[in-house]
Design a protein. Structure first.
Ligand SMILES: Cc1ncc(COP(=O)(O)O)c(C=O)c1O
Ligand SMILES: [Zn+2]
Length: 398
């Protein structure tokens, strides 16, 4: 609970993720126009606060507030996001020879997904910058989270979502008072609509990595993983990647913690999982210059993974390369089967995106890319309850 307002952030500036050109921390920032790439926020690491103070802090992402970009704590818009549990997947892990298999369960967040982290920070920053209306293209979860945080902050909200998204994602936006626009297509088609509506820059556009603040919220997963595992990082982290903010954010957190002396290497290998229906990272790994023309994207029951042309692709490839990780795809059948397997064995009804990490893990274990002596952490990025409509075998996504 925040009791007083104060200047809290150690943020020092922003730079282009490609050429490092500087941008103002106090302006409303979007992306780096110099290189058409995401902006990245920097912090003063020499002032590092002691990690020993963490046990006495609030039990949400704002326990790391010095390493977040909100300047004055009175602007924080929180619904209690973060500090989600890390479960040991005992039964499944033992069955496949990995007794230490872990899953960080992001379903415990407000609105049921890890999107709450990024949108808590972005809407807090929007409040600080006196922004009055926001807009977002979404595969589902980010729209609901934005609608909730905008409701709390008193900011107007427009959500643009694919028509085929399960009903509950649409209903929650309307319940939170957002304007909802449905588009026949994928998130990239929704993004086109957002640009059309926002021609005159009347809205703050929260498209993935087209503003620098959601990434900062997502990076708190990296801080939590380190803190919850007593500063001993896993050997491998498996993450379901769409736009990639989680992947890039977790890695950013690890680098920041190294600079502050909180952790030492080696860092985990970061593995990105995608659906075989939409796997741009795999194509970009093969051909970083021509990947956009190499595949035809299609919808998947893991709605959050249907991001055909991620703006942060270069940054994602950078994380995979730097960490010694890779990308892997799983089929629709595997995703559905994975959801059922985890639910029946571990009592966790995880999102299809989370189930994709479980099936990816099995494949990597079988093919010895991961050895049984390694500590592996899977990220379940959201609740499965919102997707039950997708799991009804009578419904076919086309
Ligand atoms: C449950 C879930 N998992 C994973 C993702 C992909 O996240 P990101 O775009 O940060 O890679 C999404 C995005 O919508 C999601 O909703
Ligand atoms: Zn640049």
């Amino acid at each position: 609970m925040l009791t007083s307002t104060k200047h809290v952030s150690f943020a020092t500036g922003l730079h282009c993720s490609n050429c490092h050109r500087e941008y103002s921390l106090f302006a409303i920032n979007t992306y780096a126009v110099c290189c058409n790439q995401p902006l990245v926020i920097e912090y003063d690491h020499s002032h590092a606060f002691s990690k020993e103070t963490l046990p006495f802090r609030q039990n949400n992402i704002w326990r790391y507030m010095e390493m977040l970009p909100v300047i004055n704590s009175k602007n924080i818009v929180s619904l209690g996001e973060g500090m989600t549990p890390v479960f040991s997947l005992n039964k499944l892990g033992n069955r496949y020879g990995f007794p230490g298999l872990l899953m960080k369960d992001e379903s415990a967040n407000p609105t049921g997904s890890f999107k709450a982290r990024g949108l808590s920070v972005a809407i807090s920053k929007a409040k600080e910058l006196n922004i009055k209306q926001c807009i977002i293209p979404t595969a589902g979860n980010a729209g609901g989270a934005l609608a909730a945080y905008c409701a709390k902050a008193g900011i107007k909200c427009t959500v643009v979502m694919p028509t085929h998204t399960p009903m509950i994602f649409k209903q929650e936006c309307e319940m939170y008072g957002a304007r909802l626009i449905l588009i026949d297509g994928l998130i990239n088609d929704c993004a086109k609509k957002v640009m059309e509506i926002n021609r005159d820059n009347d809205y703050f556009d929260l498209s993935t990595l087209k503003e620098p603040y959601r990434l900062e919220g997502k990076k708190t997963m990296g801080y939590e993983i380190a803190e919850q595992l007593q500063w001993n990082l896993p050997d491998v982290i498996i993450y379901p990647a769409g736009g990639g903010t989680g992947l890039i954010g977790i890695w950013k957190a690890f680098l920041e913690m190294i600079s502050m002396g909180w952790i030492t290497g080696p860092l985990p290998r970061m593995i990105a999982v995608q659906s075989s229906k939409c796997a741009p990272i795999l194509y970009a790994l093969k051909d970083p210059h021509n990947w956009k023309n190499a595949f035809t994207p299609a919808p998947t029951i893991a709605n959050g993974l249907a991001v055909p042309y991620p703006f942060g692709m270069n940054m994602m490839l950078g994380v995979l390369k730097e960490s010694g990780g890779t990308a892997i795809t799983v089929s629709e059948e595997q995703i559905l089967d994975g959801m059922k397997e985890v639910a029946k064995n571990e009592g966790l009804l995880i999102s299809p995106e989370g189930a994709a990490t479980w099936k990816a893990f099995l494949h990597l274990a079988r093919t010895k890319v991961i050895s049984s002596s390694e500590k592996v952490l899977l990220l379940n990025t959201g609740t499965g309850y919102k997707y039950l409509e997708n799991c009804n075998e009578k419904i076919v996504i086309n």
